[in-house]
Design a protein around this ligand. Structure first.
Ligand code: HEM
Length: 447
């Protein structure tokens, strides 16, 4: 289907076919062809009525200029999710699967005004202290380690074996996690995003981050956790735990999907076949057409108002479709003539992603290093058989099976592949297990 078509035809399987109601951003049809849904949603105008999960209603902004207007007007549209009217009125069950992603936590993503400025400044200043050369070196080491676990096989799942793992390892290093805490962080984040025993995973993650904060108070290091702690914003322990958990959560899953979606693009579009210099271009094209966070930036109107021709009430849930805004039919010319980076994949305004530079750097380095080690890597299955993860907020493949000429690891041989981190650390209560993924990496590195 043409991504830029505006024909008001509900996509196959969409209940809007029958009852003219809200358009669901979930289910196998949405997951298989979200652009067909965005094309349909545009016939409502700049905003459209959607459902994020059964019973969770929202207004979705699909137009680029209107999205910018909302994102830049922090007086009219607030981030504090305690304003969410339908949740407060009990219309949404607290165990609805989208509630953990949308509900309030005391971090910069969910705060407004002076509180937001204070927390965000601590985050941006601390992330800015990351040394770009060291970040590249860490990313390369993790890449070598992960590839050494499957290089001899001649086949791999680039998502599960590489793209989703690499950010977790790099973040453990950036945040100065010692082995046992790092293993539990890996377990917590993986479990949270896989939705496997998510409640337990969140508990393990917050427990591990709490220990990390206590450790860095006692023994500061050269890492983001310590820099956050030393920041003039003087974060309390509770604020520290929430900002670190946000950075780990907000960073790792979209980063894994950015690596995966860019690799998918490189492997499925002939025009990138010439190699090296085109990774940056494939990355930008991915951010335009297939962004890892396709629909997010939850905001709540401060008062009842009319916005882009639609009446909204104070506390209504409003989201921005970065994926729809980026592919709007009027944008093509601007996109070709203007800056190739004016997409909304990182959002815009005061809450725009504060980490796009390190995220870009990790992604490009991870892909370059992978292609250096496995130069003839190729898709192992027909493109049509690839399956995308469900849900409105994340866009990423479930697996990306590839094949390549079996290779000798660049250096040192990793131990035989073991279970993925969730299963690994889950082997003991609290995820406390000697020799989890992070410990194995540290042992490999020290060899
Ligand atoms: C190094 C990895 C990353 C880190 C540490 C990170 C961290 C963050 C943080 C802390 C925020 C909240 C900012 C605020 O509310 O003031 C944020 C927002 C955001 N990030 Fe990132 N991020 C990373 C990677 C990514 C990636 C790969 C994407 C997708 C391309 C992305 C897209 C976004 C978007 C769309 C928002 C706005 C969310 C909203 O308004 O609710 N981020 N990020």
């Amino acid at each position: 289907m043409d991504a830029r078509s505006t024909a008001p035809v509900p996509p196959p399987g969409c209940p809007a076919h029958t009852d003219g109601g809200r358009v669901p951003l979930y289910g196998p049809e949405f997951q298989a062809d979200p652009q067909a849904y965005y094309a349909y949603l545009r016939h409502f105008g700049a905003t459209a009525p959607v459902e994020l999960a059964p019973g969770v209603e929202a207004t979705l902004v699909t137009d680029y200029a209107t999205a910018l207007q909302l994102l830049q007007d922090s007086g009219s549209f607030r981030k504090d999710a305690r304003r969410w009217r339908h949740l407060n009125e009990g219309l949404i069950s607290p165990d609805n699967p989208v509630v953990p992603v949308l509900s309030y936590r005391p971090n910069c993503m969910f705060s407004d005004g002076a509180e937001h400025l204070r927390l965000r400044q601590a985050v941006t200043d601390s992330m800015a202290r990351i040394d770009a050369r060291k970040l590249s070196r860490t990313t390369e080491q993790v890449s070598e380690y992960l590839v050494s676990r499957f290089a001899a096989r001649g086949s791999a799942d680039l998502l599960g074996d590489y793209a989703r793992q690499l950010p977790l390892f790099v973040f453990n290093e950036l945040f100065g996690c010692p082995a046992d805490i790092g293993d539990r962080v890996l377990f917590g984040i993986t479990g949270m995003f896989d939705g496997i025993n998510a409640e337990r995973a969140v508990e393990v993650l917050f427990g591990a981050v709490g220990e990390l904060v206590a450790l860095k108070r006692a023994k500061p290091g050269e890492d983001v956790t310590t820099w956050l702690m030393q920041h003039q914003a003087q974060l309390t322990d509770e604020e520290m735990v929430h900002q670190v958990a946000l950075l780990l959560g907000a960073g790792t899953d979209p980063l894994g999907n950015l690596i995966g979606n860019t690799m998918h693009r490189l492997l499925t579009h002939d025009r990138y076949a010439d190699g090296g210099g085109l990774i940056d271009e494939a990355l930008d094209d991915t951010l335009w057409d297939n962004p890892p966070m396709p629909n997010y930036a939850p905001h709540y109107p401060a008062t009842d108002m009319e916005f882009a021709g639609t009446k909204v009430q104070a506390g209504d849930l409003m989201l921005v479709s970065f994926a729809a805004a980026n592919t709007g039919p009027n944008l093509t010319a601007a996109r070709e003539s203007g800056s190739n980076r004016s997409h909304l994949a990182w959002s815009a305004g005061p809450h725009a992603c504060p980490s796009k530079e390190p995220a870009r750097q990790i992604t490009v380095t991870a892909i370059e290093k992978l292609l250096n080690q496995l130069p003839d890597v190729d898709l192992a299955v027909p493109e049509e058989s690839l399956v995308w993860r469900p849900g409105p907020f994340n866009r990423g493949l479930t697996t990306l099976p590839v094949r390549f000429t079996p290779a000798e690891p660049v250096r040192r041989t990793a131990e035989a592949p073991q279970a993925r981190p969730a299963a690994d650390a889950a082997a003991e209560p609290g995820g406390r297990k000697r020799g989890g993924m992070w410990s194995q990496f540290l042992t490999w590195l020290a060899k």
